[in-house]
Design a protein around this ligand. Structure first.
Ligand SMILES: *[C@@H]1O[C@H](CO)[C@@H](O)[C@H](O)[C@H]1NC(C)=O
Length: 668
């Protein structure tokens, strides 16, 4: 029924073809709905993306998606009626929204005036305050006398933050918890501000301790209607970026939910909002909430709102942009169950979430169904590019209640298996399994507060894991020796094997396995982490048996063997073990012998050492630029540099050897 309605209205009316000015998962997401509604979509792509699933055309650099002129040109040439900007890139660009209007192309987003009003913090707070939306109480006045500031602090209510107007980077900022410490903190903030900024004008604001980040999905149409689709909790963040989002917010009462929603709708109406928007609040422990900002676009985490309301927000966007009324009235929007979204990133959580890039050599995902969505723009074999955000996918699940949804999330995370680059999947598992997360006790300080438990000391793999790895390697070895092919390339051919072997006789062998990656730059102590594994192999005719007596282990890890490394995925999370490459087989290129290697694909900005230099462990060797950030490559050990493999400005792939060391005399 609703499908037919969409065809007739959109078909007759305005939008038959939409240009999607974005990439990756969001481009795929928008096109999926367009297709469902019989709207044709036009894609654009940059050179860096020319092999991705979302075929998108043109451009040279990663600036392509940001180039207004190019997008407009393609929109006109392709006869598109509308442009969907996705999120990021052009989605909150008022000039672009204006340019579309001038060209008679529908910009799928709010009017440029709304983007502008919400884009300036002081303006938006003023508008919100006037519309009766709670904002953080504060005093920004000229009277800087101690008495006035203290009186304002009392009016605002403790704890308050005393902040230098010129401040930045935490300088000239103090928290006063009581009237008793106000003066001392004020003096201290002033002293620091005078020293740092030569200016001691202060403002006083309500201080929210360990707040939650709660945001409300709103939607407006061109007829003056606006509704809310409940709240999302996005408190758990790292590097100020969200990792796990959920809807509705855990522990939020119906009463607070309604107040949040109504405040968000007032915010939207105050700027004549049209389309999808998000009103962000910070929330204190008593569930008081205060306006922070409004994001005038569809958000990355919109699927959790769709899951709990049974809506398709991209469909709503297209309908509203075509001039239709909102598909549902407020009282028709029902909250059902609970949904989580986990963002799967190419990054190294153990290395301060350093973003990564590289090939997806192996990728298997849980099955998508009614309650499980995998939003992604990559397939096995694709590269995660260093040019863009390192998000690989969003895993979205739904359950009847929060604990069912959380169980489902963890189940699916264990089935998300990736080989080829570091991901945050194991971290997501430990995060989502933390008792305080299970209890819904989340704040923006969650990761620092629970750091010790979220990053447990690496434990050696279980015996079951090691046996599975050994079994995997043995079976592969047999398979390769039985077919007699390409022996020179196979490290397990009899001629490359570092183990002794016999034919046609029962034999046993010892295998050395090493935890972690061989090619990673690691401190020399890695040798101590090699673990001997005894696996008894019996060969009878054509059949091999591996005897591993591990009692009571039920888990059945999945194995992926690549080169000499076994990647195991089990209930314990993922593990990697590999056969240590003996020195005489290890070329310099493996970087295994302590030479520094590139932690990720990127550009070498500056080489700081040359052959013959003596360096200490931890000395800077090179400055690398990747994922829009600078990384210092440090010496993994002390020694003399023998060779430097890269020059300023050259591109280095992940794991490429960057320098080689002279063999130190004490090494064997
Ligand atoms: C929530 O977590 C914080 C930080 O670990 C803890 O201090 C607090 O007691 C917890 N609250 C509840 C209600 O369990």
């Amino acid at each position: 029924h609703s499908y037919l309605r969409s065809l007739s209205l959109l078909g007759q009316g305005r939008i038959e073809k939409v240009l999607v000015a974005n990439r990756g998962e969001i481009a795929c997401r928008v096109m999926r709905t367009a297709k469902k509604m019989g709207v044709r979509s036009v894609a654009v792509y940059s050179d860096a993306d020319r092999h991705s699933i979302c075929i998108c055309i043109y451009g040279a650099s990663h600036q392509s998606y940001l180039s207004m002129e190019k997008v407009m040109e393609v929109a006109k040439r392709s006869g598109s009626h509308a442009v969907h900007p996705g999120y990021g890139f052009l989605s909150e660009n008022t000039e672009f929204a204006e340019a579309c209007k001038q060209e008679g192309i529908i910009f799928i987003g709010p009017p440029s005036s709304a983007i502008r009003d919400m884009g300036i913090k002081s303006t938006s707070k003023y508008i919100m305050s006037a519309a009766g939306v709670p904002i953080i109480e504060g005093y920004h006045g000229e009277d800087q006398s101690d008495e006035k500031l203290q009186a304002e602090a009392v009016r605002i209510g403790y704890p308050v933050m005393i902040k230098a107007v010129r401040g930045g980077g935490g300088k000239g900022m103090r928290i006063a918890h009581t009237a008793e410490d106000f003066h001392e903190q004020l003096e201290s903030a002033r002293r620091e501000a005078r020293k740092s900024f030569n200016d001691d004008v202060m403002l006083v604001e309500k201080f929210v301790e360990d707040p939650r980040h709660v945001e409300v999905q709103v939607f407006g149409d061109q007829h003056g209607n606006a509704v809310y689709l409940f709240e999302r909790d996005c408190s758990v963040q790292r590097r100020h970026q969200k990792i796990i989002e959920e809807a509705p917010g855990p522990g939020i009462s119906k009463e607070v939910r309604r107040k949040l929603g109504e405040a968000a709708v007032r915010a939207a109406k105050a700027v004549n909002y049209v389309g999808a928007g998000t009103v962000e609040f910070i929330m204190d422990a008593q569930h008081n909430f205060f306006f922070m900002e409004m994001n005038t676009r569809l958000q990355v985490e919109h699927p959790v709102s769709e899951m709990i309301t049974g809506t398709d927000l991209v469909e709503w966007q297209l309908r509203v942009a075509a001039g239709e009324r909102l598909p549902l009235l407020q009282e028709e929007i029902e909250l059902m169950g609970h949904s989580f979204e986990a963002r799967i990133y190419a990054e190294d959580p153990n290395n301060d979430f350093l973003p990564g890039a590289g090939p997806l050599l192996h990728l298997s995902t849980p099955l998508a169904d009614e309650c499980t969505r995998i939003e992604t723009g990559v397939r096995e074999g694709d590269e995660v590019s260093a040019h863009y955000d390192p998000m690989i996918a969003k895993l979205v699940v739904w359950g009847e209640d929060r604990s069912a949804a959380l169980r489902k999330l963890r189940y699916c995370l264990r089935q998300y298996n990736i080989v080829g680059l570091n991901t945050n999947i194991d971290f997501l598992l430990s995060l989502s399994g933390h008792p305080e997360f299970e209890a819904g006790n989340v704040t923006t300080s969650f990761i620092p507060q629970h750091y010790e438990q979220l990053f447990p000391k690496p434990s050696p793999p279980s015996r079951a894991t090691l046996c599975q790895a050994a079994l995997g390697l043995l079976l592969r070895e047999r398979a390769s020796t039985q077919t007699f092919r390409d022996q020179s390339n196979d490290p397990f051919s009899p001629f490359a094997s570092s183990n002794g072997r016999r034919v046609n006789i029962l034999y046993s062998m010892n295998m050395m396995l090493q935890l972690g990656e061989t090619s990673e730059s690691k401190p020399p102590s890695i040798a101590q982490r090699k673990q001997p594994v005894s696996g008894e192999v019996e060969t009878e005719g054509q059949t091999s048996f591996l005897h591993c007596s591990v009692n009571g282990v039920k888990s059945r890890p999945k194995l992926v063997i690549l080169d000499n490394t076994v990647h195991l995925f089990s209930m314990e999370g993922s593990a990697e073990v590999s056969i240590p490459v003996p020195k005489f087989l290890a070329g310099v290129s493996t970087g295994a012998q302590g030479g520094a290697v590139a932690p990720m694909t990127g550009t070498i900005e500056k080489v700081l050492v040359k052959a013959g230099d003596t360096v200490q462990m931890g000395d800077s060797l090179m400055v690398m630029n990747a994922m829009k950030m600078e990384h210092i490559i440090r010496a993994p050990k002390a020694g003399i540099i023998k060779k430097v493999f890269f020059k300023d400005g050259s591109q280095a792939n992940r794991h490429a050897a960057l320098v080689e060391f002279e063999e130190a005399a004490e090494e064997e």
